[in-house]
Design a protein. Structure first.
Length: 453
């Protein structure tokens, strides 16, 4: 990016007019440059030499209101460079010296382009070196231009690090970019780096559906932050996982799905069902809106509709989808008369209860419904004595568990056996679960997580 003043401006300092008020001088210069009205620009500079010389140091900091607007930022840089060039050609290089020292926008742009070229040419190590040098240089400056470029350099560095195989560091710098964008209110940057983190933190497992396809597994912490496999070794607190199969979901379907979930969260179930149905229609292969619609039916106590949607969810995701297997199995047994209607609807509410209350209710459920494997699995989480916990797990395994619950129980059995000193047997169980011998992708994910921990 290089800007030269228009022909005929070198005599601008030879004439004088009534100076313009300093308050709107910068805006007037920007407007003239944007309109390519060089005569007006010449007049402004000619009549405001001293004012420009005085306030120019403040102008080297890009205004907050344009720091995320690339076009406006470009226009601002062009205007400042042109004004500084006119002063320089008239014998005063102080403005240009200050500008080049305070806002090296052109160099940063070129370095980002060069880094992308290196990545494209499969030379990511060189890109990492270049980008780290750029970050060091940016650290010597202040201002809104720095606010604009620092997250972009960090984001590009994250991409380069992924290509180098260093996912841990890639996650670290990409999170820095994300947090900077959040603090600046840069929504576009937030979306971009959230997406990058999502990609960096996921890994692939075979779908085992007779094809050579893979499913994507993503772990996240309690705040919804994507975790890499390496971070799973040290994470504290509740960890969630999601398994994704298939092509990318259309943006409009995602939007409708999010709106449907929000409607359900505020208790507007009719709107939730409508929105989720529209999302499912836009992408008939995506199980998520169908799954959430099933849960909405459950909250409305429309158990037949919930059963249909949970069954459809499993049809769309044969490897399993969150707790759809548990829901389908329990609702089918309710329909057959084995369990009382509404058991599963009551059971899913446990997640939102205080720990002591959950523990007491889980103990009551296994006593009242001894063939309800999901309740045994829940009950096991609150038993501290390893031998007693192992007994509870075995009761759950004998209660004809669905494949999701069975996977959780087997993983807990392995971890409990390890706690009791039989680490070899524990690893053997987990390795078998992680090998893909089970039809449940969630079981594989759980086993992968347990092996890492």
């Amino acid at each position: 990016m290089s800007y030269d003043p228009p022909v005929g401006v070198l005599d601008w300092f030879t004439r004088r007019r009534t100076p313009r008020p300093a308050a709107d001088l910068r805006d007037a210069l920007l407007a003239a440059m944007g309109a390519k009205d060089y005569d007006a620009l010449a007049e402004l500079v000619n009549t405001n030499v001293e004012a420009i010389r005085t306030v120019f140091p403040q102008w080297t900091t890009v205004p907050v209101e344009i720091r995320t607007d690339r076009d406006a930022l470009e226009r601002y840089a062009q205007t400042m460079f042109t004004v500084a060039s006119m002063f320089e050609r008239s014998g005063d290089a102080s403005l240009m010296t200050r500008l080049r020292g305070a806002s090296p926008v052109e160099r940063w742009d070129n370095d980002l382009t060069s880094a992308q070229t290196l990545i494209d040419e499969r030379r990511p190590t060189e890109a990492v070196t270049l980008l780290k040098t750029v970050l060091d240089g940016i650290g010597e400056h202040r201002g809104s231009a720095v606010d604009y470029y620092r997250p972009r350099v960090l984001g590009k560095l994250g991409i380069a690090l992924v290509h180098c195989g260093d996912r841990r560091e890639a996650v670290k710098v990409t999170r820095q970019a994300l947090e900077l964008c959040r603090s600046l209110g840069d929504e576009e940057g937030v979306r971009a780096y959230t997406k990058n983190l999502d990609r960096i933190g996921t890994y692939q497992i075979p779908t085992n559906d007779g094809t050579e396809g893979n499913a994507t597994v993503a772990f996240s912490d309690e705040k919804g932050q994507t975790l890499t496999l390496e971070e799973l070794r040290t994470v504290v607190g509740k960890v969630r996982w999601e398994i994704r199969v298939g092509s990318p979901v259309p943006a409009e379907a995602k939007r409708l799905h999010e709106e449907g979930r929000a409607a359900g969260a505020r208790g507007d179930y009719e709107a939730a069902v409508s929105l989720l149905t529209r999302a499912a229609q836009l992408d008939p292969s995506w199980p998520y809106p169908v799954y959430d619609r099933a849960f909405t039916h459950l909250l409305r106590h429309d158990f037949d509709a919930a059963l249909r949607d949970y069954r459809r969810t499993i049809e769309l995701a044969p490897g399993g989808f969150f707790t759809a297997d548990v829901a389908l199995d329990t609702l089918m047994r309710e329909a057959a008369g084995e369990f009382a209607p509404g058991l599963y609807a009551a059971f899913v509410m446990l997640e939102h209860m205080p720990r002591d209350e959950r523990s007491a209710i889980a103990a009551q459920l296994v006593e009242k419904f001894p063939s309800f494997a999901a309740a045994w699995n829940e009950h096991a989480d609150f038993v501290t004595d390893a031998l007693k916990r192992l007994e509870i797990i075995e009761n759950g395994l004998m209660a004809r568990p669905d494949r999701h619950t069975r996977g959780l129980l087997m993983a807990k059995k392995a971890l409990t056996m390890s706690e009791l000193g039989d680490a070899q047997a524990a690893v053997g169980i987990l390795q078998q679960l992680a090998s893909g011998s089970t039809p449940s992708l969630s079981t594989q994910a759980v086993a992968e997580f347990a092996l890492i921990k």
